[in-house]
Design a protein around this ligand. Structure first.
Ligand code: HEM
Length: 396
């Protein structure tokens, strides 16, 4: 059984996820009242099936809350229901269109150049000293992306606010402190957007006026899209950049193609480990019968380590037969930020390869929740390929 509420701060759960992928295809979870599907075949099938959608059914757990708590939780759920990923039908199609347009244009030569310079400079500066990869490499690179999407002036504040919303999504439990922090952050994001729309600092922000000014959508839909893009472009990207630091060795960089290493980084990372869906009609998954409204949690984190699709799943290797991993989902909600995420991780891997170094980890600390892989610290030092010696700092 996979312990979906376990504390994984001290141990990398990859082995537990791989074990669960092999051993137990389904798991009923009374606390979340959901069936968890763990094998890659089921996960892909449900993600691409018309029998399921993203719109949440009422959550029976809310009955145990006080009236005041229930109202605040409902307010947050109503806001989240406006995100592309948690919506369906006409609303989903429209907000996805508004999201995709600027995302197609954001990976410009200028952004690639700024990632390259930043990664090259920060790696060269690190020398032989121990440093925290999260603060020194991953977050600064992801910040450049938020700055490109929203204008640089307020990028740090927007990232912090997005992080508070993400913190609520990271747990499957109902925790009022996280809900309240997320609600406050959303109010601040809406206020920021109201002001920003008077003189938009980027094409993406300007595009949000289309939703803000449309009475069928309005400020909350525009703020919901802003929030999903900020959180999508930051937290999982930081995670993927951390996994590139933690797991990629010099041998991989010299012996595997850059594309293979990059694909394996995303497969092994799977920053979002779960995706929820709800049955639209009575339907069967494996031996389980779901009624209309029943919840199924698709475990991307185990599906990507399913040995039937990815033999020796914990190894980085060239994979010829298996389909691409499910890290970016599949079907109608397939992540529109995937090209951006591929590009930034590709730049970091190229920078490591160009300098002939990889990162050797001495201490890794993660957030405890299984639902999302997020690193607190990743301390280590750069090592030259083929040597166990740290890299001397370049003379200035
Ligand atoms: C490593 C980086 C990323 C990972 C692993 C990731 C993962 C995912 C996954 C799994 C989904 C689908 C969830 C579901 O079907 O329930 C998704 C959707 C989405 N992602 Fe990403 N994402 C990443 C980066 C980004 C970036 C960079 C952006 C934007 C700048 C972004 C924006 C979105 C949006 C807007 C959706 C909703 C799409 C829809 O519902 O139509 N993501 N992402």
């Amino acid at each position: 059984m996979l312990d979906v509420f376990g504390d994984f701060s001290a141990n990398d759960p990859a082995a537990a996820l791989a074990e669960a992928a092999k051993g137990c295809p389904y798991q009923w979870q009374p606390e979340t009242q959901a069936l968890y599907a763990l094998r890659a075949g089921d996960v892909r099938q449900v993600l691409t099936s018309k029998d399921f959608w993203s719109e949440r059914a009422p959550d029976r757990r809310a009955a145990a809350l006080s009236e005041d708590d229930r109202q605040r939780r409902t307010k947050l759920k109503e806001f989240l229901a406006l995100w592309p990923v948690f919506s369906d039908g006409e609303h989903h199609r429209r907000v996805r269109r508004v999201a995709i347009r600027p995302l197609r244009q954001v990976v410009t030569p200028a952004l690639l150049g700024s990632w390259e310079r930043l990664a090259g400079r920060r790696l060269a500066e690190a020398g032989e000293d121990a440093f925290d990869w999260v603060d020194h490499i991953a977050r600064p690179l992801a910040r450049e992306t938020i700055a490109a999407l929203t204008g640089s002036a307020d990028a740090d504040r927007l990232i912090d606010l997005g992080g508070l919303v993400m913190n609520e999504l990271a747990t499957s439990r109902i925790e009022m402190a996280r809900i309240d922090a997320a609600l406050e952050a959303i109010d601040e994001l809406r206020d920021w957007l109201r002001t920003a729309l008077t003189d938009p600092p980027s094409a993406f922000v300007a595009g949000l006026a289309e939703l803000w000014d449309d009475e069928k959508f309005g400020p909350d839909s525009a703020t919901a899209l802003l929030t999903q893009i900020i959180t999508g472009a930051h937290d999982p990207v930081v995670t993927a950049l951390c996994v590139a630091g933690e797991r990629v060795t010099g041998d991989m960089l010299t012996e595997l193609s850059p594309r293979t290493v990059r694909e394996e980084v995303f497969r092994i990372a799977t920053p979002f480990r779960f995706a929820s869906r709800y049955a639209r009609r009575p339907v069967t998954v494996g031996s389980h019968r779901l009624n209309t409204g029943d919840r199924i949690v698709l475990c991307l984190g185990t599906a990507n380590l399913d040995p039937d699709f990815h033999p020796a799943p914990l190894e980085f290797r060239r994979r010829t037969t298996s389909p691409r991993s499910l890290s970016f989902g599949a079907g109608e909600h397939y992540c529109p930020g995937a090209p951006l995420a591929h590009a930034i991780v590709g730049v970091l891997l190229d920078s490591l390869a160009d300098l002939g170094v990889h990162f050797s980890v001495e201490n890794a600390e993660r957030e405890p929740e299984l639902a999302m892989l997020r690193y607190r610290r990743l301390v280590g030092r750069l090592v030259r390929h083929g040597s166990s010696r740290a890299v001397p700092r370049p003379s200035s």
